[in-house]
Structures are given as structure tokens and as C-alpha cells.
Design a protein around this ligand. Structure first.
Ligand SMILES: Cc1cc2nc3c(=O)[nH]c(=O)nc-3n(C[C@H](O)[C@H](O)[C@H](O)COP(=O)(O)O)c2cc1C
Length: 190
């Protein structure tokens, strides 16, 4: 094992699902890619997204206090690159990349037409950690395409590997839960 005491670039825990963060504010609609995001609570349903203050998305969230989280299928990886490597400060991404979206059922947020699932989130908390701001959103609406989910799992979900590389879960998944743990315990001398 290599040991580094001060590693600022640490990507050893990737891949992450790609989340496309969508915001509408004062007539502007913008999307950006985010790899840093996480479920925080089931009840209430809270979702956290880490956004650098440099992003145009950050400016828009500061005004609207709401955002959408959109998940893509692997074949749409170019959308992640398009909105993740260009800034709404310079271009209208929706127009340039011909992104189709609808509006949320509950909130004024853009839902990407290509998404296989979307969350409508209202900001309930925000806090700066180092060079990113953690926005905690309460999920007020969930959309998903049942064609892409079996028992809440999607094999097609787009994952980000870091370094501009994209992937998906190529192998079959294996179930190993409490029942299986107990089964093993019964068989062994643990
Ligand atoms: C796959 C991918 C993941 C990214 N993850 C994040 C992230 O979690 N947080 C962040 O602030 N920027 C992230 N970025 C960078 C932003 O998406 C990028 O700076 C984008 O141009 C911001 O757009 P905006 O200025 O229109 O908001 C990521 C980029 C890519 C390609």
C-alpha cells in the first residue's frame, strides 16, 4: 500500500452515479454534472449535493433555493460531459445541446427528459465545507421510469469513474443481506 499524508486529489472511492443538477431562476434554466451527492435521510427524505461556489449553478440555487437531481442511463454519458465541461455563465446549455426538459410537479425545477429518475428538491440547509457548499434538499417529488428499474435497481445507471471516464455496473449484482448473513452464521462456527 502507498501512503500519502497530504493527498488533495483523492479519487480512490469512485465510481459515483452521475447526478445532473437542474435549476431555474429568473427565466434561466441550467444543468451541471455532479459526482458528489448523497442520500442523507429517509424521513424526511433529504438529499445532499456538493457544489463549488464557482459554478453558475450555485448562483442560480442561491436565488431559487431549489434544484432537481437527474439520473441518466449509460448511453447518455455525453450529456454529463456537455453540461459538466461547459458553464452556463458563458453559454445557454439547453439551447446549444438541445436539452429537453419539463417542469417539476411540485417545484419550479427542470426535469431532464433523458433522465431515468429525478428528484425535486427544496433547499432546507446549506453549509460551506472547504471549497464546496453542501446543499441539503428535501425531496418533495420523485419521478422514475419503470422501464429502467427492476426492484428499485438499475443496471443502466450512468456512473462517473473520474478523469472524464464513464461506466456502468457491468457485472450482475449479488444479494448478501441479513438472511444470507444468518444463513452463513448457522453453517459456520463464528
Ligand atoms: C462527471 C462530472 C462530475 C462533476 N461533479 C461535480 C460536483 O460534484 N460538484 C461541482 O461543483 N462540480 C462538479 N463538476 C463540475 C461542474 O459540472 C462543471 O464545473 C460545470 O461546468 C458547472 O456548470 P455551471 O457553471 O453551468 O454551473 C463535475 C463535472 C463532471 C464532468
Amino acid at each position: 500500500m502507498i501512503f500519502e499524508k497530504n493527498s488533495s486529489k483523492y479519487y480512490f472511492h469512485y465510481p459515483f452515479p452521475v447526478a445532473i443538477i437542474g435549476v431555474i431562476s429568473e427565466g434561466s434554466v441550467n444543468f451541471m454534472s455532479a459526482a458528489w451527492h448523497t442520500q442523507i435521510s429517509f424521513d424526511p427524505p433529504l438529499y445532499g449535493v456538493l457544489i463549488s461556489p464557482k459554478r453558475y449553478t450555485n448562483q442560480l440555487i442561491q436565488k431559487s433555493k431549489m434544484f432537481s437531481v437527474n439520473f441518466l442511463k449509460y448511453e447518455d454519458y455525453k450529456i454529463a460531459g456537455y453540461v459538466g465541461r461547459t458553464s452556463g455563465k458563458e453559454i445557454d446549455k439547453v439551447k446549444l445541446f438541445n436539452l429537453k426538459y419539463s417542469r417539476g410537479n411540485v417545484l419550479e425545477v427542470p426535469l431532464l427528459e433523458n433522465a431515468i429518475a429525478c428528484y425535486e428538491c427544496k433547499v432546507v440547509d446549506e453549509r460551506t465545507y472547504g471549497d464546496h457548499i453542501l446543499y441539503v434538499g428535501e425531496i418533495l417529488g420523485v419521478h422514475y421510469d419503470e422501464n429502467f428499474y427492476k426492484e428499485n435497481l438499475s443496471r443502466e445507471l450512468l456512473l462517473y469513474h473520474g478523469n472524464d471516464r464513464y461506466t456502468f455496473a457491468v457485472t450482475d449484482s449479488v444479494k448478501f443481506g441479513k438472511d444470507e448473513v444468518l444463513e452463513e452464521l448457522k453453517k459456520s462456527n463464528f
